[in-house]
Design a protein around this ligand. Structure first.
Ligand code: PLP
Length: 370
């Protein structure tokens, strides 16, 4: 039997009874948008993150976009302001910036952790820079204390793209509580996944939370009163109910991901396969286990021949996409090299010890005579 890259069906099957009971509760309630399930999930997720406020929205990209729009609406950002972003990230991080009338400025990562390099951030600060968007890539927290010090010194907003990092913690403080505001995604395959699209803005800033809550609902606080030009981007009652079930199991799932990562890091010892750097166990929620290999495509084919499915996150960096043909940026050689040599091994809470062992054996035999 093949080792799948990520078996979402197996993950959710473990909670099928709880999910079905929650779905039945929502169906029977007769209330499907902006109701008690959402209010309860927002309280529970804010508490989980150790932040004062969570506001459910339609998806992760909207969470980031609504943070930036809310800051614009509050006067903290203006059209054409620059937001420093990592060069190596999923394109949604940059799209949220562009979508908000702001300019993304991609900078290079620290190749050991794949996360934005604070030294490069400081170099990229110019007269129009107003914010830093840190992405906790693959589930590992960016160096938030260093970024917060830079943000404070230069009067910049610090925003977390926490779409991959639910539950990762820095000295006990979780993703979502480490900057001015954080955007989370509950896309089904994320560490905390709904059974459809979903997202949340998490923040300690009451004014920002209130503004996002209005903007997600046509810019309205009171029905048919519209002081703001908003959008329709809400987390519905059904997804909120599913997420309340999944949130109760998140910590045990992260514990299993950490155990899988520990086994990979102990078992894979190969001259041409570089393991991911981990500064501290708690800081990594292991959304993805990403190795680097100069013969990446050959490694992927080798694993596939052994029945093991892997993926590339991501094959083309945002600044090389046609969508960003007009983007101004400095040289990004590290970012480009990473996109050519990264490979994500199977990872997930439902991965068995036996499957992990097979992945390790297959990696170890890479390049050996058949
Ligand atoms: C998934 C993801 C997003 C977007 O979330 P959606 O819910 O799919 O819109 C943004 N940033 C990162 C880093 C992501 O992984």
């Amino acid at each position: 039997m093949d080792v799948p890259f990520f078996d979402l069906g197996a993950v959710n099957a473990r909670y099928a009874d709880e999910l079905k009971a929650a779905a039945a509760r929502v169906i029977d309630s007769g209330w499907y948008i902006l109701g008690e399930e959402l209010a309860a999930f927002e309280r529970e997720f804010a508490a989980y993150c150790g932040a004062a406020h969570a506001v459910g929205v339609g998806n992760g990209m909207d969470a980031l976009t609504l943070i930036l729009r809310a800051y614009r609406s509050l006067g903290a950002l203006a059209e054409g302001d620059e937001v420093i972003v990592p060069g190596n990230t999923f394109i949604a991080s940059l799209l949220a910036v562009s979508e908000s009338g702001l300019v993304p400025v991609p900078v290079e990562p620290d190749p050991a952790t794949f996360n934005i390099d604070p030294v490069r951030v400081e170099e990229a600060i110019g007269p129009r820079t107003r914010a830093i968007m840190a992405v906790h890539l693959y589930g590992q927290l960016a160096d938030m204390p260093a970024l917060a010090a830079i943000a404070r010194q230069h009067g910049l907003l610090l925003i977390e793209d926490a779409a991959q990092a639910h539950g990762a913690a820095w000295d006990g403080r979780k993703a979502g509580s480490l900057g001015d505001a954080a955007g989370f995604s509950f896309f089904p395959a994320k560490n905390l996944g709904a059974l459809g699209d979903g997202g949340a803005v998490v923040t300690g800033d009451a004014a920002l939370a209130e503004r996002v809550a209005a903007l997600r609902n046509y810019g309205s606080r009171v029905k048919y009163e519209h002081p703001l030009c908003g959008v329709n981007s809400r987390l519905d009652e059904m997804q909120a109910a599913m997420l309340r079930v999944k949130l109760r199991h998140l910590d045990e799932e992260i514990a299993r991901r950490r155990e899988v990562a520990r086994r990979y890091r102990q078992g894979i010892d190969h001259a041409r396969i570089a393991l991911p750097g981990v500064a501290d166990e708690d800081r990594h929620a292991w959304h993805l286990f990403v190795v680097r290999c100069p013969q990446r495509d050959a490694l992927q084919r080798h694993l596939r021949a052994h029945g093991i499915h892997s993926q590339v996150h991501y094959p083309v960096p945002p600044h090389r996409q046609p969508a960003y043909a007009g983007l101004k940026h400095g040289p990004l050689p590290l970012t480009e090299r990473l996109h050519g040599d990264v490979l994500s091994l199977p990872m997930g809470p439902a991965l068995s010890d036996e499957a992990v062992a097979r992945v390790i054996v297959a990696c170890q035999s890479f390049g050996a005579a058949p």
